[in-house]
Design a protein around this ligand. Structure first.
Ligand code: OXD
Ligand code: MN
Length: 601
C-alpha cells in the first residue's frame, strides 16, 4: 500500500478498517491510482466515525441539521435538482454479449464501457477524499450473505450506507484474507453531477458496479438496486437462489400461528406501507411484523423457500407518509434519519405533501426556494426519501437476524391498475403464479425519471432490476418451482382499482389486512374461493369486511372480471411477450393460451 496517498483526513483512531485481503487492497490501489484522491478514508462504521462525518457534512452543507428536539439526530440533504431519481435510461448491464443482458436491459460492451468509465474517472477524486466502505448484505452468518466494498467520494453515500447495510469490521471479519473470496466491487464518483456524464454500469460477470455523475439514492447506494438486485439476480441464477424486489412480512394470529409472506410491487406502490401494516381494530390480536420493505433474497431449504432481507435500513418515499397511511414509518423516521429533498420549515422541522399536519405558512422547498401553501410547486419532491435504520421500526420482526431466513407461505404480486385487475386472486399453481408475475403491469410513478401514470409491464417488479436476460429469469423461476415440495401459494393484488367516478374503490393501508387475512386463510386451507378464468377469486363473503365502511357495490366492482377488459389484457400480454423477441419460455406461452381458453369456456 506504499503508493497510496496518506490517510490524513480522519482524526487519529477513526476509520482504520483496512482489510487484510490482498485482492481488496490491490483493487483500492488501482482505483486510487486512477482517481487520484487527496486522501483515503477506510470506513469502520463506528459511532465515532459517524459523528465525525456528520460534523464534516454539516460544515460543508452536504447535510443540514434539523431541529434536534423535534427530530433528534436527523438531517436534511438536498440533491442537485437534475438528480432526483433512478435513471433507467443511463443504467447498463454490460455482460459479454447483448443476449445475456436480454431485451429489457440497456446493454453496452464491457471492454468499451470500462474504457469509457476509466476515462471519466481519471483524476475524478483530485482534491477529494476517497472513502472505502466494507459492508455485508444479509445477516452476517447467513449462507445468503454477500460482501461488498463501495468506493465513493460522497459523504452522503457513506452516511446513508451505514444505515442501509451492515458496515465496517463485521464485513472484514467475514471476508477474511482469502484472495479468491467472492465480494462485490463498487466504484462511485459524483464527477460534476452532470446528466451527460451519468452512467450506472453493471458488470455481473466481474461482480463489479461503476456509477458516475449522480449523487442520488438508487443510483449511488450501490448495495441496494445495483448489488442486491441486478448483480444479485445474476448470481442467484448461477447459484440457485432468488434475488427479488419484494417486501417480507410476518403475520401472527391471536392464537400464535405465524406465516411469512413476500410481496413484489413496483417502486412507489406501497411496499413500505404494506410491510409495516397495522391491523385495524376489527383484527385485534393479529400482529404484522416487518422483515424487509424492498428486497428479498430467498433460498431453498427442505423443499420450501426461506427469505432474508439483505438490507439494514429503509430508503422510502416520503410524500404520502403519515400517521394515517403508515404510523410505524412515522415512528421510524422520527429520529436518526436522513431526509432527502423534503421541505424545511422555519422551525427546522421537515414537511411534505401528505403529511397529516397543516402545511406550514412558509417553508424552504426541496430546491432551496421559498415556499408557501399558495405556491404552484410542490414543497417536497414527489420522490423525496427517508433513509432510516430498520431498528427504528416498532414492528421489526424478532427473526430479522436469522441467517437461514424465514419460511415463505405466500408470494404476492401487485401493481397500480385503475381497471381490469381485481382486488385479489390466487394462481392455480406455481407455474400459473409465475405467469401472473411475468405479466404484471403498473402505472408508472416518480421513483424513476420519465412519464408518470403510464401502464407498463413490470415482470415481478423487476423490470429495472433484473441483471440478465428476462427470458432466462422467467425460466429460473420455473426451475426453482420444480425444486419446491411445499411452494408458496402465489397471489395477485390491486389496491388501486377505481370506480366509474374515478375514485379508488378500496381504502387500502391498514385495511389491506382484510386481503392479507384471506391470503393466510388460503395458506391454511380454510378460505373460500370461486374458480374463475384468471385464478381463485374470493366472493364478497370470503373476505372479512366486518366493521368496514364500504358499500357492496364497491366490493362487487373490486372483485368483478370484465370480460372485455380481459380480452384487451390478454392481447397486451401477447404483445408484451412478442416484444421480448422470442425469449419467453414455452411454459409461459402455454399459460397465456390456457388463460385465453378459460375465457372461452
Ligand atoms: C426503490 C425503488 O428506491 O424501487 O426502492 O425505486
Ligand atoms: Mn424498490
Amino acid at each position: 500500500m506504499k503508493n497510496l496517498a496518506p490517510a490524513i483526513f480522519p482524526p487519529e483512531g477513526v476509520a482504520d478498517a483496512k482489510p487484510d485481503n490482498k485482492a481488496v487492497l490491490d483493487w483500492v490501489h488501482e482505483i486510487a491510482t486512477l482517481t487520484q484522491p487527496e486522501n483515503i478514508f477506510w470506513c469502520d462504521g463506528s459511532e465515532r466515525e459517524h459523528e465525525f462525518l456528520i460534523g464534516e457534512s454539516v460544515n460543508q452543507n452536504v447535510l443540514m441539521e434539523l431541529n434536534q428536539e423535534r427530530v433528534p439526530r436527523s438531517y436534511l440533504h438536498r440533491s442537485n435538482p437534475n438528480d432526483v431519481a433512478r435513471v433507467e435510461q443511463f443504467t447498463f448491464v454490460c455482460t459479454p454479449t447483448k443476449e445475456e443482458a436480454g431485451p429489457t436491459n440497456n446493454w453496452s460492451d464491457p471492454t468499451e464501457t470500462y474504457a469509457k468509465l476509466r476515462g471519466l474517472l481519471v483524476g475524478a477524486m483530485r482534491g477529494r477524499t476517497m472513502f472505502v466502505i466494507p459492508y455485508i448484505m444479509g445477516p452476517a452468518d447467513s449462507p445468503l450473505a454477500k460482501i461488498g466494498f463501495e468506493i465513493t467520494d460522497s459523504k452522503y453515500v457513506v452516511l446513508s450506507l451505514r444505515i442501509m447495510t451492515r458496515m465496517g469490521e463485521i464485513a472484514l471479519k467475514r471476508l477474511g484474507n482469502d484472495p479468491n473470496a467472492e465480494w462485490n466491487r463498487g466504484v462511485h464518483s459524483l464527477l460534476d453531477v452532470n446528466p451527460e456524464r451519468r452512467f450506472i454500469c453493471h458488470f455481473p460477470q466481474d461482480n463489479t458496479i461503476i456509477s458516475v455523475g449522480s449523487g442520488y439514492g438508487g443510483n449511488v447506494l450501490l448495495s441496494k438496486k445495483c448489488l442486491a438486485l441486478r448483480i444479485g439476480s445474476y448470481l442467484a441464477r448461477k447459484q440457485n437462489w432468488m434475488a427479488e424486489h419484494m417486501l417480507i412480512l410476518g403475520v401472527e394470529s391471536p392464537e400464535g400461528r405465524k406465516h411469512y409472506v413476500a410481496a413484489a410491487f413496483p417502486s412507489a406502490c406501497g411496499k413500505t406501507n404494506f410491510a409495516m401494516l397495522i391491523p385495524p381494530e376489527h383484527f385485534k390480536g393479529w400482529k404484522v411484523t416487518t422483515i424487509g420493505d424492498d428486497i428479498a433474497w430467498m433460498q431453498i431449504r427442505n423443499g420450501r423457500l426461506y427469505a432474508v432481507n439483505p438490507e439494514n435500513g429503509y430508503f422510502g418515499v416520503v410524500p404520502g407518509t403519515s400517521n394515517r397511511s403508515n404510523p410505524n414509518a412515522m415512528r421510524s423516521i422520527a429520529h436518526d434519519t436522513i431526509y432527502t429533498n423534503v421541505a424545511l420549515t422555519d422551525d427546522g422541522d421537515v414537511w411534505w405533501e401528505g403529511r397529516d399536519v397543516e402545511p406550514p405558512a412558509h417553508a424552504i422547498d426541496w430546491r432551496g426556494n421559498d415556499w408557501t401553501p399558495q405556491s404552484s410547486e410542490k414543497a417536497a419532491h414527489p420522490n423525496s426519501r427517508f433513509t432510516t435504520p430498520m431498528r427504528n421500526n416498532p414492528a421489526l420482526d424478532p427473526d430479522i437476524e436469522k441467517g437461514e431466513g424465514v419460511p415463505i407461505s405466500a408470494i404476492i404480486f401487485g401493481g397500480r391498475r385503475s381497471d381490469t385487475v381485481p382486488l385479489v386472486y390466487q394462481a392455480f399453481d406455481w407455474n400459473h403464479g409465475v405467469y401472473l408475475g411475468a405479466t404484471m403491469a403498473s402505472e408508472t410513478t416518480a421513483a424513476a425519471t420519465g412519464a408518470v401514470g403510464r401502464v407498463r409491464r413490470d415482470p415481478m417488479a423487476m423490470l429495472p432490476f433484473c441483471g440478465y436476460n428476462i427470458g432466462d429469469y422467467f425460466q429460473h423461476w420455473l426451475d426453482i418451482g420444480k425444486q419446491l415440495t411445499k411452494p408458496p401459494l402465489i397471489f395477485n393484488v390491486n389496491w388501486f382499482r377505481k370506480g366509474t367516478d374515478g375514485k379508488f374503490l378500496w381504502p387500502g393501508f391498514g385495511e389491506n389486512m382484510r386481503v392479507l387475512k384471506w391470503i393466510i386463510d388460503r395458506c391454511e386451507g380454510s378460505g373460500g374461493a370461486l374458480k374463475s378464468p384468471i385464478g381463485w377469486l374470493p366472493s364478497p363473503h370470503d373476505l372479512d369486511l366486518a366493521e368496514l365502511d364500504i358499500d357492496h357495490i364497491a366490493v362487487d366492482e373490486l372483485l368483478c372480471l370484465d370480460h372485455e377488459e380481459w380480452q384487451k389484457e390478454i392481447a397486451a400480454h401477447e404483445e408484451y411477450f412478442d416484444s421480448l423477441g422470442g425469449v419467453v419460455p414455452e411454459e409461459l406461452q402455454k399459460q397465456r393460451e390456457q388463460l385465453a381458453e378459460r375465457f372461452r369456456l
